[in-house]
Design a protein around this ligand. Structure first.
Ligand code: FCB
Length: 446
């Protein structure tokens, strides 16, 4: 399976985000975020679960960093909680919050693990939300201030900084469908938010470039190819529109300087108001594009709930296992946009795991990872420049509206005792990564 052209510094990592693992939601001077409010609102998250404690990572930092060593990864993707660093989303700073990330970066450096830092993985400070949040342009300036704070304090030790994680999820699930925080159902606002998120990205990239020119900068998008269920004109048109809303709505402004015309027409009065200089800002050059891939889209004009064939099965999220979609997606993005180098910043699967003593025999997850790494390598072998792969997720964690019921971790977490156990997928990943390293006589004891 090693790809012919795998560079020596290819990043093999795991990914997490702050709200999903840190816990200590009301400790260390952290302010509330929209996810605290949302998860504490009855009926929003399965069984009333919240991120109050999560994996208690805030108190178990060193132990968890040691687990990264046990996994053998050479890179770790995590996010900073904006309200831990700036409890109200603006100055003043919370020094204790910054100290936590400072310790994390020192701990990663000491262990020889590279850091991919994400600034915004959905935990908007609640007080900014109350001042209209991502619907208001002032938030863009606050975000830029926050980005600068992080760069000044941590920029000497990070490998890369991603501005925003999955703006489609933030805008569409948070502001249009209301199933994620802040739980609004206003399409016009959602589309304006998507534009503001992209502007916030551009502003932060400009500010960071000036402060930390050595650090690689980019954005992370959730992307998937969309396939029509039938060859009919109606299904094809639907697939084209879905692709427009998910892929082109973000890729076009980032890499071509415009929003897709067909989607603007579809949105009509709900389209955001956009100025030419804002499009220029969004197109600010970056060093990488992060792609989160889980499954494909499969659309039928009349039946929105039609299931895809699922020849390789479905995950516990009900998502079809469709690794070839990752190859298709990467080839298409490289062809249509000539973007900067890719990282696969998230890829993984939730399955129902059984803890048996000190083992979890999660063979389905092993297969999922194997198949998707092979799919990534198929794109690399056809010339697509991918520089790293991050399995989602390091630990079982708070899976947003699904609470703790969906387990994505390579490491099993007992949320009562906080005991961690390496699943078979973690052991497999460790061996796989070791096999990718060039052969060295000293490692073989020669
Ligand atoms: C992605 C999110 C990540 C995780 C996975 C399953 O959309 O970025 O936090 O929840 O899905």
């Amino acid at each position: 399976m090693p790809s012919r052209s795998l560079p020596e510094d290819f990043q093999w990592g795991v990914a997490t985000s702050a709200y999903q693992i840190e816990g200590a939601a009301f400790q260390g001077g952290r302010g509330p975020s929209i996810w605290d409010t949302f998860s504490h609102t009855p009926g929003k998250v399965v069984d009333g679960h919240t991120g109050d404690v999560a994996c208690d990572h805030y108190h178990r930092l060193e132990e968890d960093l040691d687990l990264l060593v046990a996994l053998g990864v050479n890179a770790y993707r995590f996010s900073v909680a904006w309200p831990r660093v700036m409890p109200d989303g603006r100055f003043p700073l919370n020094p204790k919050g910054l100290d936590f990330y400072d310790r994390m970066l020192d701990g990663l450096c000491a262990r020889g693990i590279r850091s991919q830092l994400t600034l915004y993985h959905w935990d908007l400070p609640q007080s900014l939300h109350e001042a209209r949040g991502w619907g208001h342009r002032d938030t863009l300036q606050h975000f830029t201030d926050y980005a600068q704070v992080i760069a000044r304090r941590l920029g000497d030790r990070v490998d890369s900084i991603a501005t925003i994680n999955e703006p489609w999820v933030v805008a569409t699930l948070g502001y249009e469908r209301g199933i994620f925080a802040p739980g609004l159902t206003d399409r016009r606002l959602a589309m304006q938010v998507s534009h503001h998120l992209l502007m916030a990205h551009g502003l932060a990239v400009q500010a960071l470039r000036a402060l930390v020119p050595r650090v690689k900068l980019g954005i992370v998008l959730n992307l998937a190819p969309t396939y029509a269920a039938r060859a009919s004109a109606a299904d094809r048109a639907k697939a084209q529109l879905e692709d427009g809303l998910l892929v082109r709505w973000y890729m076009d402004p980032l890499f071509r300087g415009c929003y897709p015309q067909d989607v603007l027409e579809h949105l009509g009065a709900d389209a955001p108001s956009v100025k030419p200089e804002e499009l220029k800002l969004i197109r600010e050059p970056t060093d990488f594009l992060g792609v989160n891939y889980y499954t494909r889209n499969f659309v039928h004009a009349e039946d929105p709930n039609l299931k895809p064939p699922g020849k390789l099965g479905f995950t516990d999220m009900g998502w079809e296992v469709y690794p070839q979609g990752l190859t298709h997606l990467l080839l298409r993005l490289a062809h249509d946009y000539s973007p900067p180098p890719f990282y696969i910043t998230e890829n993984g699967a939730a399955f129902v795991d059984r803890l048996e003593g000190d083992s979890v025999h999660d063979l389905k997850r092993v297969h999922y990872l194997e198949q998707h790494i092979a799919a990534m390598n198929a794109a690399r072998d056809q010339g697509v420049d991918v520089r790293g792969y991050f399995a989602w997720s390091f630990l079982d964690n708070f899976e947003w509206a699904s609470g703790y019921l969906k387990r994505f971790g390579l490491v099993h977490v007992d949320f009562e005792s906080q005991r961690r156990v390496l699943k078979d997928s973690a052991l497999w990943y460790r061996n796989f990564i070791a096999a990718q390293q060039p052969w060295r006589p000293e490692a073989a004891g020669i």
